[in-house]
Ligand binder design. Structure first.
Ligand code: NDP
Length: 494
């Protein structure tokens, strides 16, 4: 029986012996078999986290001690980078090389938070009264449910686990059931690094089953979630009864504006990468191309040519440039999305179907797709496909470009290309999105905050704020020369 649940410092099988197979999106082969937690297992994990937190076993560590632990975890992940990347690649179908980049980013995340933990967070406040010492101190928030998606499985979990550990929280991790292997590897590193029992727990299984207690249990103080908007809304509703803290990283439908005065070759190349990297399964994918009318034909013609020659392939295909979609149901969803786009008036210029190559027959490969003649009223412009689908809209003026780019319920990221620095600064300032790239698209660094405006989420991960999400702030006022308040009469004379 497999024992891949990590609860209260021990590796366990599901209480009913349940397990499920993980299938390769590349060829549907079974790449792993993992335990599938029952609701009882989830309750045990929450109990372990609550008990460890309330015991003070970890909260009593200093920030320096917890930073050292997180640094050690980074070292262990670095030691095992290739093995973890292989698991990530097996689960997601992405190429090994991409998975190795991802795990390197995971390690950088742990190192960032290890360094941040060494900074002084507390401060004295000058309240203008010499006998009073007023201090702002930061304390661990409590028990956290950390729930991640399947597209960058370990990276999205790392953005939560690393700051939670530095802050001194106890937690339960739940990766997507589709991609559990790298989270298991992380738990091994957390265990080996010497994390106290019960602080870090791992449950596996579908969100519809194991998610319930993670988001409803009153003993959970915070839910940090990365995933789709609908699940995020479910989590918000569940948080109401005990006013849980929430950190939500949700979807995106990210505008990518190209002005006629841009470096067009660089803009085109980046537009292709922005839309089709990881087959569009990127929350910040630049899937909405918004291009100035005068250069539309040139830009779109070249993007279509480039999209048509992108090489698809599985984890071990060294010639491949991107991989499959994560699952059959996701492939079906993207297929319907494109059909709907065409039905509402978009012009299909390339792609628009599953790959017909024999070597892709058992995998979930969808061709890079460009839909032209789109506008903000369309479903395919407003809704996220999370697949390799670029929509194209045109504009004539700067004001129009801004209005189109902001006409979305999402606000995760956006990019713009122009050689006019003043215009670029004006547009960057006017865009209502959490990250804006000027003459670039896609890079992020652990030292910079990441998160969404509007329906793309609540809060920020990474940067300094990403640690703050896991801390409570307390004000301690100490009067060193106590005296009567004198507000109410004490009933004496006068
Ligand atoms: P989902 O919302 O379907 O799932 C995300 C996680 O939530 C999974 O672990 C899932 O479990 C779990 N889950 C599902 N239902 C519940 C529930 N009722 N209670 C608790 N947990 C639940 O998203 P996807 O995995 O499909 O990820 C794709 C989405 O994530 C896209 O919309 C994308 O934009 C967004 N995303 C956002 C990022 C950002 O930084 N803003 C980064 C990456 C992705 P299971 O899968 O096992 O059922």
């Amino acid at each position: 029986m497999v024992a891949t649940l990590y609860i209260d410092g021990a590796w366990k099988s599901a209480s009913d012996g349940g397990a499920h197979d993980v299938h390769s999106p590349h060829n549907q082969s079974v790449v792993a078999t993992v335990s599938q937690a029952t609701q009882d297992d989830v309750l045990d994990a929450i109990t372990a986290a609550r008990t460890s937190f309330d015991s003070g076993i970890f909260t009593s560590w200093s920030f320096e001690q917890r930073s050292a632990l997180v640094g050690k975890i980074a070292d262990l992940l670095e030691r095992d980078l290739k093995a973890i990347a292989k698991k990530e690649s097996d689960d997601t179908g992405k190429r090994i090389i991409e998975a190795e980049y991802d795990i390197a980013d995971v390690i950088a995340t742990f190192r960032h938070f290890a360094a941040l933990g060494l900074k002084q967070h507390d401060r004295l406040v000058d309240v203008g009264i010499s006998r009073v010492n007023s201090r702002i101190v930061h304390e661990p928030l409590g028990v956290c449910s950390l729930i991640g998606p399947w597209n960058y499985p370990l990276l999205q979990i790392a953005w939560k686990v690393a700051p939670a550990l530095v802050a001194g929280c106890s937690f339960i991790v739940k990766p997507s059931e589709l991609t559990p292997q790298s989270a298991i590897a992380l738990m091994h590193a957390i265990e080996e690094a010497g994390t106290p029992k019960g602080v870090a727990n791992l449950v596996l299984g579908p969100g519809s089953v194991v998610g319930h207690h993670l988001i409803n249990d009153p003993r959970v103080d915070m839910v940090s979630f990365t995933g789709g908007l609908n699940t995020g809304q479910t989590i918000m509703k569940a948080a109401v009864s005990t006013v849980k803290r929430l950190a939500l990283e949700l979807g995106g439908k990210n505008p990518h504006i190209i002005f006629a005065d841009a470096d067009i070759d660089a803009a085109i190349d980046n537009a292709v990468t922005a839309a089709f990297l990881h087959s569009g399964q990127v929350c910040s994918a630049g899937t909405r191309l918004i291009v100035e009318r005068s250069i539309h034909d040139r830009v779109v013609k070249e993007i279509v040519r480039r999209a048509g020659q992108i090489r698809l392939g599985g984890p071990d295909d060294l010639t491949a440039e991107t991989g499959p979609l994560i699952s059959k149901s996701h492939l079906e969803g993207v297929t319907k999305y494109v059909e709907k786009g065409v039905a509402e008036g978009a012009t299909l210029l390339v792609g628009g179907k599953r790959s017909e190559k024999s070597e892709h027959a058992n995998g979930w490969y969808y061709l890079p797709t460009v839909l032209d003649n789109c506008n903000t009223k369309m479903f395919c412009v407003q809704d996220e496909s999370f697949g390799p689908v670029m929509t194209v809209e045109v504009f004539d003026t700067e004001a129009q470009a801004i209005a189109i780019a902001n006409d979305t319920p999402f606000g995760l990221s956006g990019g713009l290309w122009s050689k006019d620095a003043d215009k670029a600064a004006r547009v960057a300032s006017a865009l209502r999105h959490g990250t804006i790239w000027v003459n670039d698209f896609g890079p992020y660094k652990p030292a910079a905050e990441w998160g969404g405006y509007k329906q793309s989420g609540i809060g920020r991960e990474l940067g300094e704020h990403g640690l703050g999400e896991y801390l409570e702030i307390k004000h301690i006022w100490t009067n060193n020369a106590p005296s009567k308040s004198g507000w109410f009469s004490d009933g004496g004379e006068g």
